[in-house]
Ligand binder design. Structure first.
Ligand SMILES: Nc1ncnc2c1ncn2[C@@H]1O[C@H](COP(=O)(O)OP(=O)(O)OP(=O)(O)O)[C@@H](O)[C@H]1O
Length: 733
C-alpha cells in the first residue's frame, strides 16, 4: 500500500508510512481494530512501528489525536514519540495523550478529581517533598531521624499504597485519620503522613494511579466518558506494566476495545518495582480474541552481537522462547576484555575508543559505556578525564559532581583550608539547627572580624545565639580531625571525618543504597590513589589533584562519549557499546540476588541482554581482577561463563587457576544467596545474647556487609557478627 502521507521519522526522508517497514511491521500498523499484542524483540523496530501506527490512525484513518491514547514508559520516550509524530502529522495537533502512565493520570485528575472533593490544582509530591513531610513529622514527634529511616518508612507507605483502600480516608470529609490514637510508631508516622498530604491536597506518584482507579470505580460515568473518548489505545514497553497500570488500560479499553500493546518479555527489567510480565505473556487471558504479531527481525546489530545476546537470554527459564534473527552483514567478533586491575580496564577502554576514532573514523557520540550501578562510572571517568576525552553522563551526574561526593570532599576541604564554601556545604548536613538567622549572624561577625565563617563560629560558640544547636559538636569533630590529620592517611582521614561529623550515618540512615555505594567508591578511590603513589600523600596534594576532576565544566553539546546505567540505556542504540564492570556480584548484582533470589538472577540476565542489544556494530564486555570497595576479590560475571567461548574473542589472559577459583566462588556464593537474609533482625542499641560470647549490645548495623558490630560486655571486645547467624537472641533492655 502506498500513501501520500509524509513520513519523517529520524531515518525516513519523504516517504510513505509503509516504506521502510517489513511485512510484520506493516501488519502491526494496519491492524487497528480489536486487541493486538506485538511481541517485539530487541532492535526489531518497535518505536518505528508505534509511531507510524499513530500516524496511520491520524493521517490515513482521519482520527483526532484527542481520541488516541499512547502510553510510553518514560517521559523521554513520550517526548521522542511526540516529536516524531508531529513530524509525521504536522506540528499543530495536540499530542497530550502521548504520555507516561503518570502523566496521563494527571490529565484525568486535572479534569475530574473534583468528584473526589479535591481541587483541580492539586499538588504533585516528588520524593523530596515526601521526605520534607516526613521530616516535619519526625520533628513533631520528637524522633531522631535515625530511629526510623526515611527510606524504610517510604517503603512502608508504598506498601500500604499497593492497595487503594487508603484513598477513601484521603477523600473522606470526615476526620478518619487519627494518628494521635495509634500506639504503633510506624503506623503513627504513616497516618500522620496521610493527614499532612490531605491537608495540602498533595498526591505522590502512587496516588496518581490510585486516585484514578478509585475515581473510575466510584464514578462509572466518569470512566464511561474516558472510555468513550479513547477510541484507540496503544501501550509501549508493555512487559514492564504493573498490575495497576494494566488495570487502568483494561478499564479504559472496555469502551471501544481497541488496544494495542507492544513489548519484549526478555527486556523486563522492572520486576523489582512491581512490573509483571504475565500481562504480556498471558495477554489472551484478558483479551481472548487478541491477535499476536511477532517482530523478530533485528535491524540494529551484527549477527555476532545478536548471537551473544540470544545465547545469554536462552539461559532464562521463565520466558517465551524466541530467537532474534538479522539480515545485517557480518561484523567483527564481540570482545571480552579481561584486565588485571580496574585502572587497566579503564585504560584499555579509552585506548580502544581512540583506536575506533582513528581507524574507523568513529565519533565520540557513537560510543556508549554502560554499567550496572552508578558508582561504577568513577573508574572510567577518571581515565577519560586523564586522557582528555569528552564524556557526559546520561540521566545522571558525573561522579565528582554527585551531592554526596561533593559533601564528603567539602569536609576534607574544610579541614585543609577552612573555606566558607565548604563550611556552608557541611554545616547543616546533617542538620545542626544552623538556620538562616544564625548564619546571618555569623556572616556579619565574620565580615567585621575579617575571619572565616568557621573561625568566627569557633570564636563565638559560647554566644547564646548558638544555644540549642549542634554547632559545638561540629567544631569538636572538626578540631579532633585537625589534630589527627598529619598522622592519618587521606583515606583514613576521610573515613574518620565522615564518621565523626555524622555525615556517613546520615547517608546510611537515609537508606539510599546508591548514595552509600558512591561514598564507598570514593573511599575506595582514595585508597587506590594512595596505593598507586606508593607513599603517604598530603591532604592538600590530594585535594589539588582532585580539582582536575571537578573543575572541568564541559558542555554537553560537544561530541562526547555517553556513560549511563543499563536501565537508562533501555530503548537506545549506539554503534559501539562497552559494557564495563562485567564482574560477578556487580552484574548480576549482589544485593538483588540476596533480596529476590532466582527471580533476580533472571532479571539481571535480562539486564545484561538489554545492554548487549544496544550495540549496532561492536560490543565489548570488559571486566578486571582486583578488589571491590570492600576489599573482596573480583571475578568475571557468571554470565560470561554461560557463553560458549566460540561466540567471542578474548583480549587479556585469564589464568586457569583463576578461572577455576572464580567458578568455585560463584558456585558457593550462589548457594549462600539462597539462604541470605535481606533485612536485619535487630536494630542499633538492641541487647542480644550470643551462645559463646554472651551478652552484648549492637553498636552498628552494617547494611552493606550485612552484619552487626556487637560489643560483648564480659569480654570487653567488639566483634562483627553476620545477620545470617541465627543464634543471636534479642533481650529486653
Ligand atoms: N523495517 C526496517 N528497516 C530498516 N531499519 C529498521 C526497520 N525497522 C526498524 N529499523 C531500525 O532498527 C533500529 C531499531 O529500531 P527501534 O529502536 O525502534 O527498536 P526497538 O524494537 O525499540 O528496540 P529495543 O527494544 O531493543 O530498544 C532503528 O535504528 C530503526 O531505525
Amino acid at each position: 500500500m502506498q500513501t501520500n502521507v509524509l513520513c519523517g521519522g529520524i531515518d525516513m526522508e519523504v516517504d510513505g508510512i509503509f516504506n521502510g517497514l517489513n511485512e510484520q511491521q506493516q501488519k502491526a500498523v494496519t491492524t487497528t481494530e480489536g486487541a493486538v499484542r506485538v511481541i517485539a524483540g530487541a532492535g526489531s523496530g518497535k518505536t518505528r512501528t508505534l509511531t507510524n501506527r499513530y500516524a496511520y490512525l491520524v493521517s490515513e484513518l482521519g482520527l483526532e489525536p484527542s481520541n488516541l491514547l499512547c502510553v510510553t514508559f518514560t517521559n523521554k520516550a513520550a517526548q521522542e514519540m511526540r516529536r516524531r509524530v508531529k513530524k509525521l502529522v504536522g506540528g499543530e495537533r495536540d499530542t497530550g495523550y502521548i504520555s507516561t502512565y503518570h502523566g496521563f493520570c494527571v490529565r484525568i485528575l486535572r479534569e475530574d478529581i473534583h468528584h473526589l472533593f479535591y481541587p483541580k490544582q492539586f499538588l504533585i509530591l516528588d520524593t523530596e517533598d515526601q521526605k520534607s513531610i516526613l521530616r516535619e513529622i519526625y520533628e513533631e514527634l520528637g524522633l531522631k531521624v535515625n530511629d526510623h529511616k526515611f527510606a524504610r518508612i517510604l517503603k512502608k507507605i508504598g506498601e500500604m499504597k499497593a492497595d487503594t483502600g487508603y484513598v477513601f480516608d484521603l477523600i473522606s470529609r470526615e476526620k478518619t485519620l487519627d494518628p494521635e490514637r495509634v500506639e504503633d510508631l510506624d503506623r503513627k508516622i504513616i497516618l500522620s503522613y496521610l493527614k499532612k498530604q490531605k491537608k495540602v491536597y498533595g498526591l505522590d506518584f502512587d496516588d496518581l494511579l490510585n486516585f484514578t482507579l478509585v475515581l473510575f470505580g466510584e464514578y462509572p460515568r466518569v470512566l464511561e466518558k474516558w472510555q468513550e473518548r479513547l477510541y484507540y489505545i496503544q501501550v509501549d514497553e508493555f512487559q514492564d506494566s504493573s498490575p495497576k497500570q494494566f488495570e487502568l488500560i483494561r478499564l479504559l479499553s472496555k469502551g471501544h476495545q481497541n488496544v494495542f500493546v507492544v513489548g519484549d518479555p526478555d527486556q523486563t527489567i522492572y520486576e523489582w518495582r512491581g512490573a509483571d510480565p504475565k500481562f504480556m505473556v498471558n495477554f489472551d487471558q484478558w483479551f481472548p480474541q487478541c491477535q499476536t504479531i511477532v517482530l523478530n527481525e533485528n535491524y540494529r546489530s551484527t549477527p555476532q552481537i545478536l548471537n551473544v545476546g540470544n545465547a545469554l537470554i536462552k539461559q532464562n527459564k521463565l520466558r517465551v522462547d524466541k530467537d532474534m534473527v538479522t539480515e545485517n552483514p557480518d561484523g567483527v567478533n564481540v570482545i571480552h576484555y579481561h584486565g588485571k586491575s580496574e585502572q587497566e580496564e579503564a585504560k584499555w577502554i579509552v585506548s580502544r575508543i581512540q583506536m575506533l576514532q582513528k581507524e574507523h573514523g568513529a565519533s565520540l557520540n557513537d560510543v556508549a559505556i554502560l554499567y550496572r550501578a552508578n558508582y561504577l562510572s568513577r573508574f572510567v571517568e577518571q581515565e577519560l578525564i586523564h586522557e582528555n576525552m569528552e564524556y557526559s553522563i546520561f540521566g545522571g551526574f558525573k561522579f565528582f559532581e554527585r551531592k554526596e561526593i561533593k559533601d564528603a570532599l567539602a569536609h576534607l576541604r574544610l579541614l585543609a583550608f577552612e573555606d566558607d564554601l565548604s563550611f556552608m556545604r557541611v554545616i547543616n548536613t546533617p542538620r545542626r539547627q544552623m538556620g538562616k538567622k544564625r548564619i546571618a549572624f555569623l556572616r556579619e561577625r565574620a565580615e567585621q572580624e575579617g575571619a572565616s565563617l568557621y573561625q568566627t563560629l569557633c570564636n563565638h560558640i559560647e554566644d547564646p545565639v548558638f544555644n540549642r544547636t549542634k554547632a559545638k559538636e561540629f567544631i569538636e569533630a572538626i578540631e579532633a580531625m585537625k589534630v589527627k590529620r598529619h598522622e592519618l592517611s587521606v583515606s583514613d582521614l576521610l573515613q574518620d571525618t565522615l564518621q565523626a561529623t555524622g555525615y556517613e550515618a546520615l547517608i546510611r540512615e537515609d537508606g539510599d543504597h546508591e548514595r552509600l555505594d558512591n561514598l564507598m567508591e570514593l573511599k575506595h578511590s582514595v585508597v587506590q590513589y594512595e596505593e598507586g603513589m606508593g607513599e603517604q600523600i598530603s591532604l592538600e596534594y590530594y585535594l589539588q589533584m582532585l580539582t582536575l576532576y571537578t573543575e572541568n565544566d564541559r558542555e554537553d553539546e560537544r561530541e562526547a562519549v555517553k556513560l549511563m546505567t543499563i536501565h537508562t540505556s533501555k530503548g537506545l542504540e549506539y554503534p559501539y557499546v562497552f559494557l564495563v564492570g562485567f564482574n560477578d556480584r556487580i552484574l548480576p548484582n549482589e544485593r538483588s540476588l540476596r533480596d529476590r533470589k532466582e527471580y533476580a538472577l533472571e532479571e539481571e540476565r535480562r539486564l545484561a541482554y538489554v545492554a548487549m542489544t544496544r550495540a549496532e556494530r561492536e560490543l565489548y564486555l570488559t571486566e578486571s581482577e582486583g578488589g571491590n570497595g570492600r576489599g573482596e576479590k573480583k571475578y568475571p560475571s557468571r554470565f560470561l561463563f554461560e557463553l560458549d567461548e566460540r561466540l567471542y574473542e578474548r583480549i587479556g589472559f585469564i589464568e586457569k587457576e583463576f578461572e577455576k577459583e572464580a567458578k568455585e566462588v560463584i558456585r558457593m556464593n550462589a548457594q549462600l544467596d539462597q539462604t541470605h537474609t535481606s533485612e536485619a533482625d535487630f536494630k542499633e542499641g538492641q541487647v542480644v545474647e550470643h551462645p559463646v560470647f554472651g551478652m552484648g549490645t549492637i553498636e552498628e548495623v552494617d547494611e552493606r556487609k550485612r552484619m552487626y558490630k556487637i560489643y560483648f560486655e564480659e569480654m570487653e571486645v567488639t566483634r562483627p557478627i553476620s545477620w545470617n547467624f541465627k543464634r543471636l537472641r534479642g533481650l529486653n533492655k
